[in-house]
Ligand binder design. Structure first.
Ligand code: NAI
Ligand code: MG
Length: 337
């Protein structure tokens, strides 16, 4: 029996969480969900967006499935997501984006996996005002050799183990010569250890264009924190939007799985949320828990269900709701488990 901390999260979080629980139950996956709160739900129930009890549970059980958390812009809150990634040293953020036959996009045949450094760069939260009138702001970025080695090796090891052909490192070393320059030079060193994997580097602005012109040419991508955040949303957009891309935050010994998307306040509570992204994140968790067979069954059922436009959600070109789609995934699973 697996023990997994479950944080439903804010906005559409509880809706897509219900979907995952129901699908896992239908797939006969033996999981003991340990409920925990964070984000606005944490503020409301425990007066803290990241209650100590939640941290303690993740420390104990080491694996969590987390819905999206609303992070107010400005104000006194630090992002809970960023804090979680830092606290548990979840240095590796993996974001796959692959074309789904049932979802029409101008970009068929995409199959890329983005590795984003998850603890450094401009995300360290070291910002300050440089004058009393608050007209000039400063933000610090940190890139270390050690952290760069870890994420770049993770990308190459993944490429090798998955039989992938190429790693593209994305940087801005022409301008940010020290920070992303260091990331690039570490990448070149590490690439030498993987002669079986093709290596290329691209400057981030060119990368953004190339991803739109010919996304099929990318395989594994590795980059720093902010570039990875932006390019992974772009990658989601290529294959059908934020409703269909999962993600994993992995460290040494612990891992938190979540969708790429946020709490989507614009559609929360309306049955419009596509649970596919969260289901795919949960499948990445199953892979991590060595339940690859179950993960594969669920992925197949989800892909099949996306073909039924009467039942899937509007973002996937359908006329259905979170619930009708979830019911269809369960129906697709039934004969197989
Ligand atoms: P968002 O990802 O919540 O929404 C962007 C757009 O995509 C919206 O139009 C939304 O309706 C749509 N969308 C997102 N997920 C969808 C789904 N499953 N099905 C159908 N449509 C979906 O980004 P936004 O609006 O910028 O952020 C809202 C809040 O979420 C903010 O407080 C932000 O800080 C937080 N956030 C949290 C994340 C996390 O917990 N990992 C990640 C990104 C944002
Ligand atoms: Mg993001």
């Amino acid at each position: 029996m697996h023990q997994v901390v479950l944080i439903p999260g804010d906005g559409i979080g509880p809706e897509i969480t219900r979907s995952v629980i129901a699908v896992f139950e239908a797939a006969n996956i033996r999981i003991n969900w340990i409920p925990a709160v964070a984000g606005m739900a944490g503020v409301e129930t425990a007066g803290d967006p990241l209650p100590e009890n939640t941290l303690e549970l993740i420390r104990n059980y080491k694996v969590a499935l987390k819905g999206p958390l609303t992070t107010p812009v400005g104000g006194g809150y630090r992002s809970v997501n960023v804090t979680l990634r830092k606290t548990f040293h979840l240095y590796c953020n993996i974001r796959p984006a692959f074309s789904i036959p049932a979802i029409q996009t101008p970009f068929p045949g995409v199959d890329m996996v983005l590795f984003r450094e998850n603890t450094q760069g401009l995300y360290i939260g070291q910002e300050k005002w440089l004058d009393e009138d608050q007209t000039i702001a400063e933000s610090k970025a940190i890139v270390s050799r050690e952290a760069s080695i870890k994420i770049i090796r993770a990308a190459f090891d993944f490429a090798r183990s998955e039989g992938r052909k190429k790693v593209t490192l994305v940087h801005k070393a022409n301008i940010l010569k020290l920070t992303t320059g260091l990331f690039l030079s570490v990448g070149k060193e590490i690439a030498a250890d993987y002669p079986d994997i093709q290596f290329e580097d691209l400057i981030v602005d060119n990368m953004a264009m190339q991803m739109v012109i010919r996304p099929q040419r990318f395989d594994v991508i590795v980059t720093t924190n902010l570039f990875g955040d932006i390019l992974s949303d772009l990658a989601s957009g290529l294959v059908g939007g934020l409703g269909v891309t999962g993600s994993a935050n992995i460290g040494t010994g612990s891992a938190i799985f979540e969708a790429v998307h946020g709490s989507a306040p614009d559609i929360a509570g309306q049955g419009k949320a596509n649970p596919t992204a969260f289901l795919f994140s949960a499948c990445m968790m199953l892979d991590y828990l060595k339940e690859q067979e179950k993960a594969s069954l669920i992925r197949k059922a989800v892909l099949k269900s996306l073909e039924n436009k009467d039942l899937c959600t509007a973002d996937a070109g359908g006329k259905g709701t979170t619930e009708t789609f979830t019911a269809e995934v369960i129906r697709q699973l039934r004969p197989t488990v």
